[in-house]
Design a binder for this molecule. Structure first.
Ligand SMILES: Cc1ncc(COP(=O)(O)O)c(C=O)c1O
Length: 325
């Protein structure tokens, strides 16, 4: 099978380091993979996926990209920038709270400042819709795409978070990058899991090794596991690099989401302050802080130990976001 090309956008490999003070607090070796330093459009894990996604788009002669996401989407920020650098127009359908009604009760969603301010700088054209489900948000993106097609544009729709086989491929490769940097294997990798390509790419690559990958769910949706299984199958079918994962091979923890997707949790905020004050490293409130909090909880409960690696996926712009007035 043909493995797609990538257009370099990020500064790779990203560094790995040891969290020496956290390691001494927890009495075990804790490493960090710094995808908060990918160096493209405000940093973060999405730059890796975009290297492949943008390459595919350029090859297909697309002139307009349409995608979707929540207001604080880090993916949309980096997608807007990636499209800008290759001269492609980028439109996005957004909602403040795009999830099932039952999960929309959380207050304190970060709607103002942060990523949207950067989107404007990168030239992303956002359209904000009233809150609804993810499926409704997808439908809005499709409608945007359709109206662009009707105007004669050559449009490509990118799924939420850039998660598809190419997004997984990017993280399958990122796992190889990590393996080449490590002097000895790690016992656990802890990463955020949302649209899923980070988690599935890493899990697929370390399958059958002594390294276990744990994804900390950032959405409060039990059906996420089904989505991850589907994503894994699509990656396997597309490139044949790894077998499709069955549910028991995907370690997804849903107990650290807190009040809801896009809303900071007290434990995440505490973990964010702890890492900032112990190591001078900033997390983001929506993904990496909850994941770091989850990792610390698992360490405290002795559910994980040995050499543990925290995969920092970036997202710092959301630190400058605030809820609606
Ligand atoms: C900062 C940050 N970390 C982690 C994730 C989750 O990555 P994935 O969508 O690959 O599950 C995202 C996705 O939106 C993100 O923006």
């Amino acid at each position: 099978m043909v493995i797609p090309d990538r257009i370099p956008l990020c500064i790779l490999p990203t560094p790995i380091g040891t969290l020496s003070r956290v390691s001494s607090d927890f009495g075990t070796e804790i490493l960090i993979k710094r995808d908060d330093l990918t160096g493209f459009a405000g940093n973060g894990n999405k730059g890796r996926k975009l290297e492949y996604l943008i390459s595919e788009i350029v090859t297909q002669g697309i002139d307009t990209v349409v995608s979707s996401g929540a207001t604080q989407s880090n993916f949309l920020r980096q997608l807007g920038a990636a499209c800008a650098v290759v001269g492609i127009r980028c439109l996005a359908a957004t909602m403040h709270a795009p999830y099932e009604e039952a999960d929309r009760k959380a207050t304190g969603i970060l709607t103002q400042g942060g990523n949207p301010a950067l989107d404007e700088i990168f030239g992303l054209e956002r359209t904000l819709y009233p809150d609804g489900t993810w499926a409704e948000l997808d439908a809005h993106a499709e409608a945007l795409a359709e109206s662009e097609r009707a105007r004669g544009a050559k449009v490509h729709v990118i799924p939420l978070g850039g998660s598809g086989p190419l997004g997984v491929l990017a993280f399958y490769r990122a796992a190889e990058e990590l393996a080449s940097q490590l002097t000895a294997p790690v016992d656990f990798i802890v990463c955020p899991s949302s649209s899923g390509s980070t988690h599935i790419g890493l899990t697929s690559s370390f399958l059958g090794t002594s390294t276990k990958v744990i994804g900390i769910g950032c959405d409060p949706e039990p059906e996420m596991l089904d989505d991850l299984v589907d994503l894994s199958r699509s990656f396997s079918d597309a490139y044949g690099l790894a077998p499709a994962l069955s549910p028991h091979q995907i370690d997804l923890r849903l107990d650290y989401v807190g009040p809801g997707y896009g809303v900071p949790s007290p434990e995440g905020t505490e973990a964010l302050r702890y890492l900032a004050r112990r190591e001078g490293i900033l997390l983001d409130p929506i993904y990496s802080a909850k994941t770091f909090a989850g990792m610390l909880d698992l360490l405290r409960k002795k559910k994980i130990g040995g050499r543990v690696l925290f995969w920092h996926t970036g997202g710092m712009p959301a630190l400058f976001a605030r809820p609606s007035d």
